[in-house]
Write a protein that binds this ligand. Structure first.
Ligand code: HEM
Length: 135
C-alpha cells in the first residue's frame, strides 16, 4: 500500500467519527466537547487528507518507509490529542498530560513531514531522482 492511500483511508475514518461526534453534540445540545471534535476533524480529516495529496503528487516518496512512519504517527497523535482534549472538555484533569503528549507527538511528526518535504525538494531521499530545477 502507498502512504497516500493509508492517509486517505484514515482521513475518511476520522471524519466519519468526527461527523458522528458533531451530530451527537447537536442532538444532545451539549457542545462542551467541541474543541476535541474540531481537533479530530482538522488533524484527522483535513491534515491527513493534505498529507495524502502531497504524497500522491510525489510518487518517489509515497512508498518510502519514513513516509509511512509519518502517517502512522499522525494517526496516533490525532487520537491521543483528541482523547486528551475531550477528557479536559468534560472536566477530567487527567486529560491534560494526554493532550500534552498528543500535541508534542503531532509537532514532532509535523517536523518529520517538513524534513521529508525539504529532503524531497533537495532530491536527497533514497531511490528518487533529483527534482527538476524549477521545483
Ligand atoms: C456532520 C458534520 C458535523 C457536525 C454535525 C458538526 C457539529 C459541530 C458542533 C455542534 C460544533 C459546536 C459549535 C459551538 O458550540 O460553537 C462544532 C464545532 C466545530 N466544528 Fe464541527 N461538525 C461537523 C463537521 C465538522 C468538520 C468536517 C470539521 C472540520 C473539517 C468541523 C470543524 C469544527 C470546528 C473547527 C469547530 C469549532 C468552531 C468554533 O470554534 O466555534 N466540524 N461542530
Amino acid at each position: 500500500m502507498k502512504a497516500s492511500v493509508l492517509s486517505f483511508r484514515a482521513a475518511v475514518l476520522m471524519v466519519v467519527a468526527g461527523m458522528i461526534w458533531g451530530i451527537v453534540m447537536g442532538i444532545s445540545q451539549d457542545h462542551s466537547t467541541f474543541p476535541a471534535h474540531a481537533h479530530l476533524n482538522l488533524l484527522g480529516w483535513v491534515s491527513l487528507f493534505l498529507f495524502g495529496v502531497y504524497y500522491h503528487l510525489h510518487p518517489a516518496i509515497d512508498r518510502h518507509r519514513l513516509t509511512f512512519v509519518q502517517v502512522w504517527v499522525w494517526i496516533a497523535a490525532t487520537i491521543i490529542l483528541a482523547a486528551g482534549v475531550a477528557l479536559l472538555d468534560s472536566g477530567h484533569a487527567m486529560g491534560d498530560p494526554i493532550a500534552a503528549a498528543g500535541s508534542l507527538l503531532a509537532l514532532a511528526d509535523m517536523l518529520l513531514f517538513g524534513w521529508l518535504v525539504y529532503r524531497r525538494a533537495q532530491g536527497q531521499l533514497a531511490g528518487q531522482p533529483s527534482p527538476a530545477p524549477a521545483e
